[in-house]
Design a binder for this molecule. Structure first.
Ligand SMILES: NC(=O)c1ccc[n+]([C@@H]2O[C@H](COP(=O)([O-])OP(=O)(O)OC[C@H]3O[C@@H](n4cnc5c(N)ncnc54)[C@H](OP(=O)(O)O)[C@@H]3O)[C@@H](O)[C@H]2O)c1
Length: 230
């Protein structure tokens, strides 16, 4: 029997892992990537049959190699989730060039290169859904947003332009814009868990948007902690 497939970048922890768990429960073939092999091993132990790839998504060559392996594994994906990203607070006029370069490579370029390798079989089949995990920082500027904010505004631009391009090919592109989600990114915040969105809620939103009729696309999902932004 045909089992649909999903690939999620940067998914050994946090939001990506929650999405992997949700689609695994729904009997998808699930593949993920990240850098640390131990976290990938732990995810495979939890979800037998999970496909894992060690990849530094900030490295273009690594991304192209990993994407080609995913394409060889599944052919045409049903779902691609450009989730992998990293957060470093800072100010554009103070931060070293390397912060800008690292955040753009990890948060934007990775989505661009993964998509370019994985898209042709989806176009050939004429179906598929691509989720880009943006942020409320894609639509709201913060004084300490620095290059993170720049990368997330750009990722939303990527997502919107890609949607227009892919409409004739029946591929849906969904931008997800979460506020603060309780993951390792917030480990040192000292704020109570109640102040954050649980990652499982993002996974449910992604699943619900995917599950709608292929005639419908949820274009932008903006979701915040009920008590507001942090
Ligand atoms: N948490 C939030 O409040 C929040 C809000 C809005 C948007 N987002 C976005 O949601 C996405 C996921 O965030 P998260 O909070 O779930 O992150 P997280 O808990 O810090 O987890 C990040 C995941 O990405 C992987 N990763 C990080 N850098 C990588 C790299 N260079 N190459 C490959 N894998 C890498 C990590 O594994 P390794 O370290 O082993 O590589 C880990 O599996 C990001 O794009 C983030 O910007 C998060």
């Amino acid at each position: 029997m045909y089992r649909p497939s999903i690939f999620i970048t940067g998914a050994s922890r946090g939001i990506g892992l929650a999405i992997a768990r949700k689609f695994y429960e729904e009997d998808f073939e699930v593949a993920i990537c990240s850098r640390n092999p131990e976290n990938l091993d732990a995810a495979r132990e939890e979800m037998p049959g999970l496909h894992t790839f060690v990849c530094d998504i900030s490295d273009k060559t690594d991304v192209k190699i990993c994407a080609a392996k995913v394409r060889d594994l599944f052919g045409s994906l049903d779902v691609l989730v450009n989730n992998g990203g990293t957060f470093l607070p800072g100010k554009l006029h103070e931060e070293p060039d390397e912060v800008f370069e690292r955040l753009m490579a990890t948060n934007l370029n990775s989505a661009y290169y993964f998509t370019k390798v994985l898209l042709p079989p989806m176009i050939a089949r004429g179906r598929g859904t691509i989720f880009n995990i943006c942020s409320v920082a894609s639509i709201k500027a913060y004084a300490n947003g620095g290059s993170y904010g720049v990368s997330k505004y750009a990722l939303l631009g990527f997502s919107k332009n890609l949607r227009e391009e892919l409409k004739p090919h029946h591929i849906r592109v969904v931008s997800v814009l979460p506020g603060a989600v309780i993951t390792d990114s917030w480990a040192s915040s000292g704020l109570p868990e109640e102040r954050f969105i649980p990652p499982e809620d993002i996974a449910s939103l992604v699943w619900n948007a995917y599950s709608l009729s292929p005639r419908t696309v949820v274009e932008d999902i903006v979701v915040r902690p009920a008590l507001g932004d942090i």
